[in-house]
Design a protein around this ligand. Sequence first.
Ligand SMILES: [Zn+2]
Length: 378
Amino acid sequence: MRGAVSPESSVNRPQPKIPGAIRAFTVFGVPVRFHFTFLLLVAFLIVVGLDDRPSAMGDAIFIGALFASVLLHEIGHAVVARHFGVRTIEIVMFPIGGVARLASSPPARKEFWIASAGPLVNLIITGALLGIAAYTQPEMSGMETLTDPSDADLLERIAYGNLILALFNLLPAFPMDGGRILRSVLAIWKSDEAATQIASRAGRTLAVAMGLYGLISMQFMLLFIAFFVYLGAAQEGQAAMGRSLMHGVPVRAAMITKFVALSHGDTVGDAAKLLLDSAQQDFPVLHGEQVVGLLDRHALLRAMAAEGADAYIAGEADRGFLRLSPDMDLAEAMNQMAEAGPCALVMDGDRLLGLLTRENLSEFILLRKVGMTPEVGR
Ligand SMILES: [Zn+2]
């Protein structure tokens, strides 16, 4: 089990939400969701727990307490992130741990504290539980003959479980929190991208070492964790590469300039025809020269089903669409789009200049990678 904090800045089309997760509750305004594989694990543990071994109850409490600890770890990240003005999109619980997804990547100094907060929560839990255990131990020693001996030291097991969680997450390699702490410290001397590449390489090296050890010692759980560490480290490295390719490039260089716009008097049927006729998925809606809103594919299909083809699109378009300035840095634009949605309008005052979508951002990065710097997107 591990806890991680993940800024939503991957260039590979960041999704607004991790699919396959079920919303459970909200803490400090942050939705907490459980991935369906997590629910499968809980079901499995309940079935195993029905087996009436004497320590089954203790095991169930132990595992439940560790997951609660992982959740508290993620909440620690979210609370400190909020203190620094960085929103947490959601906390998702996976069988191997939790992830707090941040809306943007914070600057190094803030990242240091946000990343440290999670392991710190586990260290505090360790200290508190060991303190309670030491305080109550003399009274409990007489009870040990009545209860299962493994249940008596349950507090200590949970305490050491938290210590392991904290230490594992402090490993100085991506995608662990320690990797983020390492990057934020390296960023004092090095560029953000160089610091990220070092932390990413550390993560991949650690994963390979962990995997080899898992193979030699036949500990396949370790092999499984190593696989996820490798994937996470590689993904972080790529995202950093994407950011470095976009730094210093203005939005106008990547925007789509050849696009079709809808008029506010068009119907849902007109828009549906355009959706079929072109490769475009998102349409600006204009009233004369004035931009009224943005109609995306989802809203269009929803309107088609709910209102029918004759409804006017003016009522269906999103009026709170994301506006970007043509001179804004692409890296910043991508941060804003990770939160706002897959399409934004590039506007100079009230004048519509172009569209920026996640797809054409990905294409732009691909072209930059092979050494081409397109003057305009598409
Ligand atoms: Zn963490």
